[in-house]
Write a protein that binds this ligand. Sequence first.
Ligand SMILES: Nc1ncnc2c1ncn2[C@@H]1O[C@H](COP(=O)(O)OP(=O)(O)OP(=O)(O)O)[C@@H](O)[C@H]1O
Ligand SMILES: [Mg+2]
Length: 459
Amino acid sequence: MSALQTTIPYKSRKKISIKNKPNENKDTTNTIDLTTKGRHLKRHIKEEDLCVAVKISRKERKPSVSDEELILKPLTSREKEIAWLENFLSEHLESEQSGSLYISGQPGTGKTASLTYILQLPKFKQGYKQVYVNCTMMKSASSIYNRICKELQVQTSGSTEKACYNAIERYLTKKHKMILLVLDEIDQLESKRQSVLYSIFEWPSLANSSLVLIGVANALDLTQRSLPRLQARCSLTPQTLHFAPYTKDQIINIFTNVLANEDKTNLFSPVALQMLAAKIAAVSGDMRRALDIGRRVIELAKRNKFSDNQCVDSLIKDSTVTVELKEVLQVLNNVYGGSRKIEADVDEGFPLQQKLILCSLMLMLTKGKNKDIVMGKLYDVYKKVATGRNIVPLEMSEMVSACALLEASGAVRVGGGVGGAARGRRLRLQWDEGELAAALRDKPLLSAILGERSLLATA
Ligand SMILES: Nc1ncnc2c1ncn2[C@@H]1O[C@H](COP(=O)(O)OP(=O)(O)OP(=O)(O)O)[C@@H](O)[C@H]1O
Ligand SMILES: [Mg+2]
């Protein structure tokens, strides 16, 4: 920790971007033992963004020893950021001083996962009264204040914005246990009302507040852009910590660890993994995307290996699938090869349910009032679309998996969120909207869906 402090001055008000040593992780590439891994990697990816929910639900059940070990192991390739955060939180805890921090970083850079790890550490679990809120679902100022009141178990004289806000302020200015308030996806509040962000970031400076506030979002400059007044008052200026996109070596390292934690005998050839990591690092450094593509590559390798005449059982039993460079290249080409294949994909590549999901998304984008698409609203629309056609709709969790497949093929981008609130995850269409619309309109069933504006009534 002391070594870290020399490189990252804790008191600094400057933006901090922690870089890795160039040779870090270099030793990992020759030992890619993906043993078992197709199935486990798949499970890992499906649960990837459920990490927070998994951890929250741990409140209700006693973790086993192996759970604890798993949780208490810092995230691979984020050790420095995690150590910095630990130092930040420890100092505030020991001095009982309020403070605020803004964490920025592109999607999939491990911000939520790192915080999830930190929040689980016993010293912070015991030392702080923790409140974690993902702001994606917060529709208004009153909903965020309401939620904080609930989490803090603060009595209010009503559920209006003012009543909740006053109750929180009263609570903060009374003597209370040190609070750690984490607001993830805080940029969702930005568009709602600037004053909400100001009010929240001013809380740590209230007398007796004993509050450490952590805001998390993608933009590097959210605090300068949206909270310029705070910069003018030194006591209110949040510290900032930036999560840089993952480098190729970091992605390889993470992959290797994820897979080594599983216990079977599949294998990525080193060159295949190098290629996958190099491409993701060059495009976005997004680990969520890397894991999704990894899963797709494994599925492809399995399909290639087990020809049509083999049954599923033999596929599960045979753990000797090896992912080779050609499969990685094939998937990367599909994902990043541009929109030239859109029509073919819509026609042949996607199962019906995925087509219905894409259509529902398009319906919302083209006819809906709110262009900010979250999984829950998409599910509501999709369900009506499917039911209206006598097609049994997927369950919510199945639709989340289907969206992951659509993401792996490059059609959509699924943003982060809290696992317990899968409904809160945001979706963005990655393909060109016009081209997709044109492709969808060619199909009578799908073009009919695009005409059904009434399905958006409650979305
Ligand atoms: N260092 C890592 N080791 C293992 N898994 C990781 C690592 N970093 C990210 N991941 C995985 O990648 C996925 C995305 O990570 P996470 O949700 O933390 O990203 P994020 O920065 O919060 O993204 P967003 O801005 O979209 O919310 C998760 O499944 C997470 O478990
Ligand atoms: Mg996140």
